[in-house]
Design a protein around this ligand. Structure first.
Ligand SMILES: [Zn+2]
Length: 272
């Protein structure tokens, strides 16, 4: 291999403005040019194609290309379009060009709930269609770039789950459990409520898990014997709203308990 002076490499790099061009012009590898430039203290950071850059390009190149937005991708990556296209070529993203169709190498990759299985052989709008297996077991066929670009994330079950979770939780009617949930949060939180003094005012809190998630509360409700005619009760009336301190009582049981406690409180000094 011919010995090329660092001075010449530097000159070519400055003349052509790119490691790859300099390498091509000198007939040596880009890696060598890069190494020699770094050793000479030349800042070539713009020309270093990092792991993150590669990942980004593999994920986005086909989609952006298809949408004729490579200029935009290059801008986002802080590179020239020429540069990223050359990198894409090196990564094999453009090698499978067949009459303008571009392949994505996504076999086995997971996007949301979908795992890429194989190409179907069909082409849609300049992109290959793939067969995907959804986490729920359904198989769907979609234009690969729609999935790799994050526009489609499941067979449709994701949307269905989101909507059904919002309307019912584990068969509990949302309206009543949700009202109980809201009431509980509100009693502990809103000073303007007339009953705040018995709850938030007394230092009663809703545990973090329930506060964070209605679903978590609803799950606990289902597991702890919730029924439509039951009300929530704190076993220790000085304790918080949390799984360990709550149970379901009928309204009359709850009222009876509250009255007994009121009686107890008035006949002895309050605990705190
Ligand atoms: Zn699914």
């Amino acid at each position: 291999m011919k010995k090329i002076s660092t001075k010449l490499i530097k000159k070519e790099y400055e003349r052509l403005g790119s490691i790859w061009k300099a390498a091509e012009s000198l007939g040596i590898s880009g890696q060598t040019v890069h190494r020699r430039l770094v050793a000479a203290g030349v800042d070539t950071s713009l020309n270093v194609f990092s792991k993150e850059d590669k990942k980004r390009l593999i994920e986005d190149y086909s989609l952006y290309r298809e949408e004729k937005m490579l200029d935009y991708l290059a801008m986002e990556m802080g590179r020239t379009k020429q540069f990223i296209c050359r990198q894409a070529g090196k990564l094999g993203l453009t090698k499978n060009k067949k009459r303008g169709y571009y392949k994505l190498e996504i076999s086995g990759k997971k996007f949301g709930r979908l795992t890429a299985i194989r190409e179907t052989g069909k082409k849609i709008d300049g992109c290959f269609e793939w067969l995907f297996l959804c986490d729920c077991g359904n198989e769907i066929r979609r234009k690969a770039s729609l999935v790799s670009g994050g526009f489609v994330m499941s067979c449709g079950c994701l949307h269905r789950d989101r909507t059904s979770k919002a309307s019912t939780t584990h068969g509990l009617s949302k309206s009543r459990v949700y009202k109980i949930y809201n009431g509980m949060i509100s009693r502990c939180k809103h000073k303007s409520r007339r009953d705040f003094k018995w709850y938030g005012g007394k230092g009663i809190k809703v545990c973090d898990e329930w506060k964070r998630s209605f679903e978590s509360f609803a799950n606990w409700a289902a597991e702890s014997g919730y029924k439509e005619d039951l009300t929530i009760d704190r076993i220790d009336s000085d304790g918080d709203y949390c799984p360990e301190n709550c149970q379901w009582l009928t309204l009359s049981e709850n009222v009876k308990k509250a009255n007994m406690e009121k009686h107890e409180i008035s006949s002895r000094s309050k605990k705190r």
